[in-house]
Write a protein that binds this ligand. Structure first.
Ligand SMILES: [Zn+2]
Length: 483
């Protein structure tokens, strides 16, 4: 039975969609004001995996993720660069889409953009005004009237008074009746991008975007609403107020929030200059390495990215793909791969069962990933015993099950080639040089000149090229991965 931690009720609950097998899921996306950092990647990976696991469990998932492509920050950035804000946002979004693809995050069913739904937002705001939940001001702004929605503050567990203001930006907003009221529509300043509306030229507020887009594509009640935990207040509190004030129905049945990303124990910030951009990370590491690192954490807790963590996980991923490649070689050499024996069948069954146990427990990827390392150690033993049929079954099961986490999906030869090339480039040794030294080493060994053989081997090891002798006698050269 799948259980999820529902932030709405602050407890783990059985997951039962509103309507049969259909899951309607919305996750707040990125504001296209700058390049994606590791925090954006974390959220995208988490909700992609949640969606993927729900599909694995037989649900039919419609997943909407948005881009906020008009916003104060975008306008400021574009102005600094002297470009059109929509063009600026367009470039940022295209870059992020490409990076997510490279990371191996599947696109949502619908990727909605705020600027494509402004007409719907204006309709939404009109209805809120008609129902007495919002009011326009003489300055061309429209505010949500928080006092008209009695449940306000419940979701974020905030009390009446001061606490409701924390997290709300202090701006001078003339015409606002109550400090807690928030903008649904903002009038356009001089030379700012605008849309025409009954209240004059302006643009939508951030909160109304998500309420409108989720309702437009998924209907009045969502099964899952997701986002980072930093969005609980005011963003999600405000989304609930707007949506439920309009429909009188529950806005989302389950609220799921991912933790935040810290770097070496500290919050990422501009002033510390410790942010990690996804584009930079992708220059060094393949998607599997980045995703494995992010999924070693359970999604609700904050994740701490320590120096060297990606390098050490790269070694782990490299070893797993090398093991897969070896099994492919062994089975490829056979005319008939034997059927798996009991050992392989038992291990394959256990892998599936334990994966479902972990993921059914609020998508506990931390446990699922920890288990993976145990399984690969067991698989290694099957290979050493030359149980090819068992090894093939277990390898295929690992690829199927961990494919749900969008891991281990790649072609082993391709991954090995990429990682090898990276470390060869680092070492400054060409493949031909490595081959040459390796042949020399084999020659000295054949001549029983072990002193010369060791000298060649140690010389290459210093440069990060290892000569490996397997159990059973086969030898090859390899790169030394990690830091
Ligand atoms: Zn949102």
């Amino acid at each position: 039975m799948l259980k999820v931690y529902n932030v709405l009720n602050r407890r783990k609950e059985e997951f039962v969609p509103v309507s049969g097998n259909e899951v309607k899921m919305y996750a707040c996306g990125i504001t296209a004001s700058g390049k994606a950092h590791i925090g954006h990647a974390y959220q995208a990976v988490i909700f992609d995996v949640i969606r993927s696991y729900l599909e694995y469990r037989g649900y039919n998932v419609t997943y909407v993720r948005n881009y906020t492509d008009v916003d104060d920050k975008i306008i400021i950035k574009a102005r600094e660069l002297g470009v059109d804000p929509r063009m600026y946002a367009e470039t940022i979004m295209a870059g992020i889409d490409k990076e997510f693809e490279e990371l191996g995050v599947c696109p949502p069913t619908i990727c909605s953009r705020a600027t494509e739904c402004v007409g719907d937002m204006i309709d939404f705001i009109k209805k809120l005004i008609d129902a007495g939940h919002a009011y326009p001001t003489e300055y061309g702004d429209v505010y949500f009237d928080v006092d008209s929605f009695p449940g306000y503050g419940k979701f974020s567990n905030r009390l009446e008074g001061e606490e409701l203001l924390s997290g709300v930006r202090n701006e001078t907003e003339p015409g606002k009746r109550n400090d807690r009221d928030f903008a649904l529509w903002k009038h356009a300043g001089d030379d700012e991008i605008f849309w025409e509306s009954p209240w004059g030229n302006g643009r939508p507020g951030w909160h109304i975007e998500c309420s409108t887009m989720s309702m437009k594509f998924l209907g009045e009640t969502l099964d899952i609403h997701g986002g980072g935990k930093d969005l609980i207040f005011p963003h999600h509190e405000n989304e609930i107020a707007q949506s439920e004030a309009l429909t009188g129905k529950q806005f989302a049945k389950y609220w799921l929030h991912n933790g935040l990303v810290k770097v070496n124990g500290q919050k990422m910030s501009k002033s510390l200059g410790n942010g990690i951009l996804l584009c930079d990370l992708l220059k060094d590491f393949i998607g599997d390495v980045i995703k494995l690192t992010l999924l070693m954490n359970s999604y609700r807790s904050d994740i701490n990215i320590m120096d060297g963590i990606f390098d050490s996980n790269e070694s782990k991923i490299y070893d797993i793909y090398k093991l897969f490649a070896k099994i492919d070689r062994l089975s490829g050499d056979m005319t008939d791969v034997p059927e798996a024996g009991q050992a392989g069948k038992d291990l394959a069954a256990r892998i599936k069962e334990e994966f479902i146990d972990a993921m059914d427990n609020d998508f506990n990827t931390a446990v699922a990933v920890a288990n993976l390392f145990g399984y690969t150690a067991e698989l290694q033993k099957l290979v050493q015993k030359n149980l090819v049929g068992d090894s093939v079954l277990v390898k295929n099961t690992l690829r199927e099950v961990y494919g749900v986490l969008r891991l281990l999906n790649s072609d082993p030869a391709e991954v090995i080639g990429k990682i090898k090339a990276k470390y060869l480039a680092k070492s400054g040794v060409s493949p031909e040089e490595a081959d040459g030294a390796f042949q020399k080493w084999l020659g000295f060994k054949n001549e029983k000149d072990f002193a010369s053989a060791d000298a060649v081997r140690n010389g290459m090891a210093e440069k990060g090229i290892l000569f490996v002798t397997e159990r059973g006698g086969g030898s090859y050269w390899d790169v030394k991965t990690g830091k």
